[in-house]
Ligand binder design. Structure first.
Ligand code: GTP
Ligand code: MG
Length: 370
């Protein structure tokens, strides 16, 4: 729910609540410190202060991030990039994800049975890369709307026989809005009708000028179906990641985002988490969105039980009291008691937001009162 109380908004803006109340009064609204404001009303107030409303400030009621200690620069280490694959329908996203996984993961694994956990890791030239196996758009829209930035890099797949299509443009816009670097994978190069020049031409019109034409965008020709160009693509991912200097501190308590979650008949609440900083351990007291618990068991993307999961690692956990939502943030706590308290407070305040929805100040009734 996108709302804040007057008091919360004042805090976010670094102002006294009385000042916000006065502003609202000037707009014809009598408000108290605990009054809920909706997105439009918040935007109106923010405009008064010439502050841009980021979606993030509207979502997390009792900001989990505040429980996470400040970063110690000296302890930062390089972490693997987290990559999302996007593109138009049928341009080969799933085939590419499968191709990367098959050539890079299954090859060295006994049995070759990979568990589907919504994300996986591969190793290229001794360096790990994490791929989110969720529909790319979901990773950007749902997760971003919930205040989570999970992706470091976007691969946009464009079929060389079809060219730039509406969802290609949509994907470009998502990636640009999230300010993540874009790599273009020109797919289906094995097809006789493949026309990569046309793809480059069309993308240039969208501001993505290929390096070959003096621009900055990396284009990699591939055939996801035949597994061609996959290594070059992975190398480019690593190259672009290095520029980004992606870092994390493996020594601290873990923090990250829910990739997906569900209720399993046998195991209860099962959540796939992406550890974004710190290391997650079995037994850790944890708050995940509005749920909490202790990490009972962890399974990695190969279906193996693990005890620890470091930065940029996707891992499936059990042990939560309820099912969180994709895009929810998680934070590990020092002790179970605090985790429980915070989890319960968050669950309660989420309920209250639902209930107060009806009595909120909306832009409509704000103007009614003017
Ligand atoms: P949606 O999930 O529906 O958006 O599609 P997608 O982007 O995941 O495409 P998908 O991987 O399902 O591929 C669509 C079709 O294109 C399938 O029939 C693939 O076999 C085919 N395809 C994908 N990559 C290639 C390729 O490199 N060459 C050829 N010839 N066909 C490909
Ligand atoms: Mg697909």
């Amino acid at each position: 729910s996108e709302s804040l109380t007057v008091g919360e908004l004042a805090k976010k803006l670094g102002r006294e609540p009385s000042e916000i109340i006065k502003k609202l009064f000037m707009l014809g609204v009598m408000a108290t410190i605990n009054q809920e404001l909706d997105k439009d009303a918040i935007e109106l107030i923010c405009a008064e202060y010439e502050v841009e409303v980021e979606e993030e400030i509207l979502v997390d009621k009792s900001d989990l991030e505040v429980y996470f200690e400040a970063e110690d620069e000296a302890l930062l280490q390089e972490r693997p990039p987290v990559v999302t694959i996007m593109g138009h329908v049928d341009h080969g996203k799933t085939t590419l994800l499968d191709s990367i996984r098959n050539t890079k993961v299954t090859a060295g694994e006994a049995g070759g049975i990979t568990q589907h956990i919504g994300a996986y890791q591969v190793v290229e030239n001794g360096k790990k890369i994490t791929f989110l196996d969720t529909p790319g758009h979901a990773a950007f829209t749902t997760m971003r709307a919930r205040g989570a930035k999970v992706t470091d890099l976007a691969i946009i797949v464009v079929a060389a026989d079809d060219g730039v299509m509406p969802q290609t443009v949509e994907a470009i816009n998502h990636a640009k809005a999230a300010e993540v670097p874009i790599i273009i994978a020109v797919n289906k190069m094995d097809k006789p009708s493949a026309n990569p020049d046309r793809v480059m031409q069309e993308l240039t019109e969208h501001g993505l000028v290929p390096e070959a034409w003096g621009g900055e965008t990396i284009f990699v020709p591939i055939s996801a179906l035949k597994g061609e160009g996959i290594d070059s693509l992975l190398e480019m991912i690593l190259l672009v990641s290095e520029v980004g200097e992606l870092q994390a501190n493996p020594g601290r308590r873990a923090i990250g985002t829910v990739i997906e979650a569900e209720l399993d008949k046998g195991r209860g609440s099962v959540a796939t988490l992406l550890v974004q900083d710190g290391t997650l351990h079995v037994g850790d007291p944890i708050v995940v969105g509005n749920t909490y618990g202790r990490v009972r068991a962890m399974v990695n993307d190969l279906g193996r039980r693990v005890k620890d999961a470091g930065p940029s690692t996707p891992v499936e956990i059990t042990g939560l009291n309820d099912v969180p939502q994709a895009g929810d943030r998680f934070v590990v706590f020092e002790d179970e008691k605090t985790a429980r308290q915070v989890g319960e407070t968050r669950a309660t305040s989420a309920l209250q937001v639902q209930r107060s929805e009806k009595t909120r100040v909306t832009l409509d009734n704000l103007f009614d009162q003017l």
